[in-house]
Design a protein around this ligand. Structure first.
Ligand code: AMP
Length: 142
């Protein structure tokens, strides 16, 4: 898929936003939603999406770009606290060639600590009970 390809209303994150697909939500406001990545690269891997039909950063309206970044900052603080992680990494992929697999823009929040390796993304489905436990810790840290 190329960066100029039109947005597909049936992508999985659009379905999550319409409540047509399940998600373990940790934070939501008028313009954004944060939920657990179901194939985490690390424990505590959270995604932040804007409630705007944009496939990538270049097509996201400025007000949603701002809202997405502010939510990323807020949720990253809670993820870092909940996972007791000394650091965290933010990732955001644009275009299949860059590794993007879901074409609704999203920020990855990945808590990091020295020596903790992370998996390739979108590969292994997590244990849902474990994800729920981590999500509860992140919600409590918000
Ligand atoms: P990207 O490759 O940057 O587009 O990342 C897409 C991310 O979405 C990957 O890390 C996947 O593990 C994750 N993902 C795919 N489907 C779902 C889903 N239904 N719920 C939560 N995360 C998902």
């Amino acid at each position: 898929m190329h960066l100029t390809t039109p947005y597909d209303d049936n992508n999985i994150f659009a379905k999550i936003l319409r409540d047509e697909a399940p998600a373990i939500r940790v934070y939501e406001d008028e313009m954004t939603l944060a939920f657990m990545d179901i194939m985490p690269q690390l424990p505590g891997h959270v995604l932040v999406i804007p409630k705007s039909p944009a496939a990538n950063l270049l097509t996201l309206p400025p007000e949603y770009t701002q809202a997405m970044m502010l939510t990323t900052q807020k949720v990253a603080r809670a993820v870092q606290k909940a996972m007791d992680a000394p650091g965290f990494m933010i990732a955001q992929l644009n275009g299949a060639e860059a590794g993007q697999t879901v074409f609704h823009i999203h920020m990855h929040i990945l808590p990091r600590r020295d020596g903790l390796e992370f998996k390739l993304h979108a590969r292994v489905l997590a244990d849902m009970d474990e994800l729920q436990t981590i999500a509860a810790r992140i919600r409590a840290a918000l």
